[in-house]
Structures are given as C-alpha cells and as structure tokens.
Design a protein around this ligand. Structure first.
Ligand SMILES: Nc1ncnc2c1ncn2[C@@H]1O[C@H](COP(=O)(O)OP(=O)(O)OP(=O)(O)O)[C@@H](O)[C@H]1O
Ligand SMILES: Nc1ccn([C@H]2C[C@H](O)[C@@H](COP(=O)(O)O)O2)c(=O)n1
Length: 239
C-alpha cells in the first residue's frame, strides 16, 4: 500500500507520559508527512466524559464495565483538525476539564473499557491506507505491536509541569507537577495494558529539546523507516 506521494504507508506509534509532547509532535509529524493522526487519550477522555455525564459511579469498576459498550465514540483523524464526538456530540472542549482529567485514569484502567477502545483504535489504524501516527500510552506494546516505528517520549517532571502550567495560564507549577506524577503513577501501575515503553521503541528525551527539534527528530526516524520499507518492497518486486 502506498501514500498519495508514492511513499510506502507507515504506522507510527508514539507513547509516553503526560506532557512529554506526544500530541504536538504527532500532529505536526503526521501533517508534514501526509499521514492520518489519532489521539487515543482523547478517546479515553471521551468515554470518561460520557460516564460522568450519565452519572456512573467512577469509583465502581463493575458499574463502568457494565456500560462500557454503550457510548459511540468517533475520532476524526485529519492532523490539521482532529475531532472527537460521543453519541453525535462534539466533546473536544468538555473532555479537557479538570474533572475529566482527574477521573480518566480510573475509567481507563477498567479492562472492558480498554478492550472496547483498543478495538476502535485498531479499526481506525487499519482504515488509514496512507499510514497513521497513533499516540497514547500502550500503542507500541498492545494496540499496534507491529507498528513500523515506535517512539517513546520522555521529559523530566519539572519540564512537563512547566509546559502544562504555561498552557493553563500560569497555574501553580508545583500543583501541576504533583497532578502529572500522580496520573503517570496510576497509568503505569494498572494491571491491564499499562503505560510502558515497548522493547523495540526508540526513546527520545525531550527535556532539553524544543518542540521543533523533537518534530525534526521524529520526521527523520519515519523517513528512514520508509526508506527501509521502499528497499524491502523494491527487492520483493524484483524477485
Ligand atoms: N519539546 C518541547 N518543548 C517545549 N514545550 C513543549 C515541547 N513539547 C511539547 N511542548 C508543549 O507542552 C505542552 C504539552 O504537550 P502535549 O500536549 O503535546 O503533550 P502530551 O504528551 O500529548 O500530553 P498528554 O499526554 O497529557 O496529552 C503543550 O503546550 C506543548 O506545546
Ligand atoms: N493509549 C492510552 C491513551 C490514554 N490513556 C489514558 C491515560 C491518560 O491519563 C488518559 C488521558 O490521556 P491524555 O489525553 O493525557 O494523553 O487516558 C490510556 O490509558 N491509554
């Protein structure tokens, strides 16, 4: 399968803790290389929003599991304008509230939620004929273990908190850092498909890099992988 520009389709998995730059990097890389883009965190936020909206007790995993199949989540994968809706309602704004952020780790730890959302992610990735950048916490390990390229972004908690505080108009950096570290701990310690680096992922520490430098680094890695695929496919065609 080939992209419009004639390059082989690539599946790129980008994982890492919160605030390491996954969304900004993935969107920019996808836009630059003509790939689709999927924000899997937005999907977990969307199902969390639905649970809150329907009065489901977030502290009760059985209650969450019982209704996990009900919401219809739709993700738009244009990197220039990604969208997310639940049951036809645009939830791009509501999923970014403090309430959803505080509850998303508990909801996303429920195995029935993960099974549902993982199936959706695989369907979207399969449909992206020209290739896709998928970002999250378990993409390289669980969702797309055969991805052509796996990247694991890291950054110090201080750098991540400073970035997030800037976004939240000067919010208390210490409180932001505590909230980030708490969410990472919950996401890394859950039993089902925790936040983890795949054994074959390339780790990029973004602490002292600008966003532009990270984007350039990932674009280069994707292009190298594509060149490798072109060579392999060329050899196959010559046989
Ligand atoms: N290398 C960088 N240097 C400075 N700021 C950055 C860098 N990478 C990302 N940022 C900024 O940090 C903030 C968080 O980035 P982003 O949302 O891409 O992180 P994320 O890993 O997707 O976080 P989350 O998992 O919580 O969604 C954004 O404001 C972004 O512009
Ligand atoms: N593949 C994924 C993506 C996200 N989550 C959960 C854990 C995160 O805390 C939450 C929100 O993600 P964010 O918007 O901050 O990227 O969603 C997950 O479990 N698996």
């Amino acid at each position: 399968m080939e992209t419009v520009a004639g390059s082989p389709a690539v599946i790129v998995a980008i994982d890492g803790p919160s605030g390491t730059g996954k969304s900004s990097t993935s969107k920019a890389v996808a836009a630059q290389l003509g790939l689709r883009y999927l924000d899997t965190g937005a999907q977990y936020r969307a199902i969390t929003w639905w649970m809150v909206h329907h009065g489901v007790d977030i502290t009760d995993p059985a209650a969450i599991a019982a209704v996990a199949g009900q919401p219809e989540i739709v993700s738009g994968t244009d990197p220039a304008a990604p969208t997310i809706s639940v049951d036809g309602t645009d939830v791009a704004g509501p999923i970014r509230t403090q309430e959803v952020t505080a509850k998303v780790s508990a909801v996303s730890a429920v195995p029935e939620v993960r099974t549902r959302i993982t199936e959706l992610q695989r369907t979207i990735a399969r449909a992206a004929e020209g290739g896709i950048v998928v970002e999250g916490r378990d993409i390289g390990t669980t969702v797309l273990p055969d991805a052509d390229l796996k990247i694991f972004l890291t950054a110090s908690p201080e750098a991540r908190a400073a970035r997030r505080s800037g976004e939240l108009n000067g919010a208390d950096v210490k409180a932001t850092q505590e909230a980030l570290v708490k969410r990472d701990a919950a996401d890394s310690s859950r039993k089902t498909s925790p936040l983890a680096k795949a054994g074959d992922a390339v780790e990029v520490d973004t602490t002292d890099l600008t966003l532009q430098q990270v984007i350039e680094c990932v674009v280069t890695l994707v292009e190298e992988r594509r060149e490798g695929k072109t060579l392999v496919e060329g050899k196959r065609a010559a046989r």
